[in-house]
Design a protein. Structure first.
Length: 68
């Protein structure tokens, strides 16, 4: 097994559906320009309320990707 080195960055995803979808949106969008994402960690979950109902979920995550 070889040693691995990772670089990490923070992302915030947003969704009207839920927190899981906000995470998925952030990872899928980042994957368009960042290669080899291997892990994520949820740092913060928050939301926006309109008229007494949840309008948007926002989730800030840290993602790690392998460095060549």
């Amino acid at each position: 097994m070889s040693n691995h080195v990772y670089k990490s960055l923070e992302l915030t995803g947003s969704s009207k559906t839920g927190s899981d979808d906000a995470i998925r949106v952030a990872i899928e969008k980042a994957s368009e320009s960042v290669r080899d994402i291997r892990w994520f960690q949820v740092l913060e979950t928050r939301g926006h309320v309109e008229g007494g109902k949840i309008a948007h979920w926002q989730v800030t995550i840290k993602v790690g990707f392998a460095v060549d």
